[in-house]
Design a protein around this ligand. Structure first.
Ligand SMILES: *[C@@H]1O[C@H](CO)[C@@H](O)[C@H](O)[C@H]1NC(C)=O
Ligand SMILES: *[C@@H]1O[C@H](CO)[C@@H](O)[C@H](O)[C@H]1NC(C)=O
Length: 328
């Protein structure tokens, strides 16, 4: 290539990078990434993850959530897994995350067969897929090739993770900033088809909502009464008391979450807002189709798995700590 041709190409690439807002590129990720470097990695991880979930199925929903909480802070780099007094994992917003021991077991198994090859950041993504399948949800091809990060900070997690009180506007902007569409945001919210929330995050909807309404008028009144029974006003136990996010089929990875929204039985403000807001309402209705939701969920998880991926970093020896010798 001529020198001027090269300069032109570089400037086109740089310029289009700005235009399409692709700062969260995931070009380096590949399907079957470990097929040559550690050909049994995926099947070995799946076996271990299955066995761990047989002991504690509640961790399956936790694995899906771990992937989301990892990718939204410092990108999908395993930063959520790092232990320490001021890490993301120690942040209040991550206090109820589960599934770390499943990730550790999968890591130990791949270290056994191919030491130093499979990143913790990738294991988080494989585990989210295997957890979804365990709950009878759809499967998808997970891309590999992420390096593990060395930065993890509690305040960054608090500042960057969407909150259960967020409006559609806040949710849309949090996803768009990471290169994910509004549709993908609604699809990924469908992971609330499994798992639990805690009463302290919803009492604001149930009691003293605002000066016109004691209870959030977007909640179905029968459902609101049931939530009030489960989460009494001013109860000290509300931080510990769990409530299912999908009141219809809480243990099954299905599209029923979207039915909870159209029936105004979404648990959090950040759930119900998707049906109340004109920009997301039609997506909610269309995703009640089981086949459509399952298919789009895998696609959206692949897209989320590409957020902020690092090409420079290390393959951690254990997922809870960075390597002592720095970059590998
Ligand atoms: C998944 O489907 C199988 C077979 O139909 C069933 O036995 C199992 O209970 C289901 N698992 C969940 C989590 O619903
Ligand atoms: C109370 O909430 C309702 C429903 O969200 C809203 O329409 C109304 O404007 C709010 N009232 C006040 C005084 O904030």
């Amino acid at each position: 290539m001529t020198k001027i041709g090269f300069v032109l190409l570089v400037s086109i690439l740089l310029f289009s990078g700005e235009l399409c807002n692709c700062s969260y590129s995931y070009g380096q990720l590949k399907d079957n990434y470990y097929s040559t470097s550690c050909k049994d990695a995926e099947s070995v991880m799946k076996k271990v993850i299955d066995a761990e979930l047989d002991k504690d199925l509640a961790a399956a929903a936790g694995l899906i959530r771990l992937a989301y909480h990892d990718c939204f802070v410092e990108g999908c780099d395993g930063s959520i897994l790092l232990e320490g007094s001021d890490t993301e994992r120690s942040a209040l917003i991550n206090a109820n995350l589960k599934g770390y021991e499943v990730i550790d077991a999968a890591k130990a198994a791949v270290e056994e067969i191919c030491p130093g090859v499979v990143s913790c950041a990738d294991i988080v993504q494989y585990a989210a897929r295997d957890g979804t399948v365990k709950l009878n949800g759809s499967t998808w091809e997970v891309q590999g090739g992420r390096k593990d990060g060395r930065v993890s900070n509690a305040a960054t997690a608090e500042a960057n993770l969407p909150k259960p009180t967020d409006s559609a506007t806040q949710l849309i902007s949090a996803f768009v900033r990471r290169g994910l569409s509004t549709r993908e945001m609604v699809v990924l919210s469908g992971s609330h088809t499994v798992g639990v929330g805690h009463c302290d995050k919803i009492v604001g909807r149930l009691y003293n909502f605002n000066s016109s309404y004691f209870t959030d008028p977007s909640i179905d009144s029968t459902y609101a009464e049931s939530l009030k029974t489960q989460c009494p006003q001013n109860s000290d136990e509300n931080t510990d008391t769990q409530v299912f996010m999908d009141t219809f089929t809480p243990g099954e990875f299905d599209a029923k979450y979207f039915n909870t929204l159209t029936e105004r039985k979404g648990l959090f403000t950040s759930d119900q807002t998707l049906f109340e807001d004109a920009r997301t309402k039609r997506s909610v209705t269309s995703l009640k189709s089981e086949g459509r939701f399952q298919k789009e969920f895998g696609q959206a998880m692949r897209a989320m798995g590409g957020v902020g991926v690092k090409s420079v970093g290390e393959i951690r020896k254990t997922c809870g700590a960075v390597n002592s010798n720095g970059l590998k």
